[in-house]
Design a protein around this ligand. Structure first.
Ligand code: OGA
Ligand code: NI
Length: 209
């Protein structure tokens, strides 16, 4: 495997994740990968659909809970994203090799919040489906500035919270079942690649969202 990140970097990111339940990594994408995902995003903009809440048949649109539009990725169909898939492979390999997480799958979508969109406080788990282990979000917003809103608020175990600005090429990973989080109302369109590393095959089939 052609490694994207140095092992020593991965080891310190994994240390942080195990200590704090989250890690923030700036400049996670090299220029090549960034370009690949940005141009894919642009060319698929018309294919996004309104995101819902809940898995499978429980999936319903609730504008009061989340206001984003998503486009689920498919590795076979979306082979233009080869560099992104290889980065996901590397991430899963490292977690399994050094954290013994036993990850066996993943699901990723592109997400677009129009101006004013938000996502209320939630856990990345569903009542009837709890195989999401690590949440991974990579932001794709050029020149994000204070006042643009759209921060990811992560609620920590000690009842404090942190705000993460969705700046381009920043990656946030956190333990899906542990940390509640929210997206504050965004004053500008806000784009990301968001996914989950799964600890068992997604036997319930494709998730609609
Ligand atoms: C989600 C989510 C956070 C973000 O899609 O479940 O919490 O910062 N996204 O986009
Ligand atoms: Ni979430």
């Amino acid at each position: 495997m052609k490694n994207c990140h140095k092992l020593e970097n991965w080891l310190s990111w994994m240390d942080e994740l195990s200590l704090n339940d989250y890690v923030i990594i700036d400049n996670f994408l090299d220029p090549n990968r960034l370009e690949q995902i940005q141009s894919f995003f642009k060319s698929h903009h018309d294919a996004f659909t309104k995101a819902g809440v809940g898995a499978l048949t429980d999936n319903i649109v609730r504008e009061d809970i989340r206001g984003d539009y998503t486009f689920w990725l498919d590795r076979k169909r979306d082979s233009d994203l080869n560099e992104i898939w290889s980065l996901i492979d590397e991430t899963i390999f490292i977690y399994n090799r050094y954290c013994f997480l036993g990850l066996s799958g993943y699901e990723f979508h592109l997400a677009h919040y129009p101006k004013g969109g938000h996502y209320s406080k939630h856990l990345d788990q569903f009542n009837n489906r709890n195989n999401r282990t690590i949440s991974v979000i990579i932001y794709l917003n050029k020149k994000w500035q204070k006042g643009d809103g759209g921060e990811l608020e992560i609620f920590l175990k000690d009842d404090t919270s942190i705000l993460v600005e969705p700046i381009e090429s920043r990656c946030v990973m956190f333990k899906s079942a542990v940390l509640p989080h929210a997206v504050l109302a965004s004053n500008k369109p806000r784009n990301s690649l968001t996914g989950w590393l799964l600890n068992q095959p997604s036997t319930l089939g494709q998730l609609f969202g």
